[in-house]
Design a protein around this ligand. Structure first.
Ligand SMILES: Nc1ncnc2c1ncn2[C@@H]1O[C@H](COP(=O)(O)OP(=O)(O)OP(=O)(O)O)[C@@H](O)[C@H]1O
Ligand SMILES: [Mg+2]
Length: 225
């Protein structure tokens, strides 16, 4: 059986000539189902770029991304969205919740967009209670703390039951206590079988992840496989 995710010798170039930056310069890695992989390295080493090309927010310059045996980097926009739907979900440092929607409505949104026939509200409430926020379902993002907003964002990411959860510095703006709570939550999700790939600056994360991939200047310096 093919691994959940194979990243094969990928490159990502920004700009041309003197402005050229090789944000990724031959990165390969494999994620198996149930893995919790932390991506670390100094600012500018390519961590966000790596997540973005896996998540399809940006196009590769070279190499391959294979998700559950299907090559996804060559798909056009529509096919990519279809291939990724329900398979890859994203959690950002800045949450990116919709300010005019309640917590519940934010979590329901992916179900509405996917057009599933299920009871969106009931499913979204179930996921909100999984992140401990059922009592905040009717609150808007501005009425929630940073940690709570991130838990809503995690619930929104989980609602379509993704194979792979990508998170780019999800605790970047939090104090240590809130950060630890969010990391505990990722760790619990991972123990329940969720495959996670997380970018972080925080060495504490090493205790939660099973594997650390260190990047430097767009290349893996250890922890690859
Ligand atoms: N849109 C862009 N255009 C040009 N260069 C870019 C662009 N996005 C990123 N880069 C460059 O690519 C390199 C990798 O950027 P990336 O955002 O992946 O770093 P990072 O490891 O996530 O850093 P940080 O820890 O600060 O978030 C950097 O040198 C950056 O300046
Ligand atoms: Mg980054």
């Amino acid at each position: 059986m093919s691994p959940m995710l194979e990243v094969k010798n990928i490159t990502k170039q920004y700009g041309e000539g003197e402005a050229r930056v090789m944000a990724l310069n031959g990165v390969s890695l494999v994620a198996e189902k149930g893995d919790f992989i932390a991506i670390m390295g100094p600012s500018g080493c390519g961590k966000s770029t790596l997540l973005n090309v896996i998540g399809g927010l940006e196009r590769l310059t070279g190499g391959e991304v294979v998700l559950e045996g299907q090559r996804i980097d060559t798909l056009d926009e529509d096919a990519f969205v279809g291939a990724r739907r329900g398979k890859i979900a994203y959690v950002f440092q800045q949450f990116h919740l919709l300010a005019s929607l309640t917590a519940l409505e934010n979590v329901m949104l992916p179900l509405v967009l996917a057009g599933t026939k299920s009871d969106h509200q009931r499913e979204a409430l179930a996921i909100l209670s999984k992140v401990g926020l059922e009592k905040r379902a009717r609150h808007r993002p501005a009425q929630l703390s940073g940690g709570e907003q991130q838990r809503v964002a995690i619930a929104r990411a989980l609602v379509n039951n993704p194979s792979l959860l990508l998170a780019d510095e999800p605790t970047g703006n939090m104090d240590q206590k809130t950060s630890n709570e969010i990391l505990e939550m990722f760790s619990r999700l991972n123990r329940e079988g969720q495959t996670i790939m997380m970018v972080t600056h925080d060495p504490v994360i090493a205790r939660f992840a099973d594997r650390v991939v260190n990047l430097k200047d767009g290349q893996v310096v250890n922890g690859s496989n």
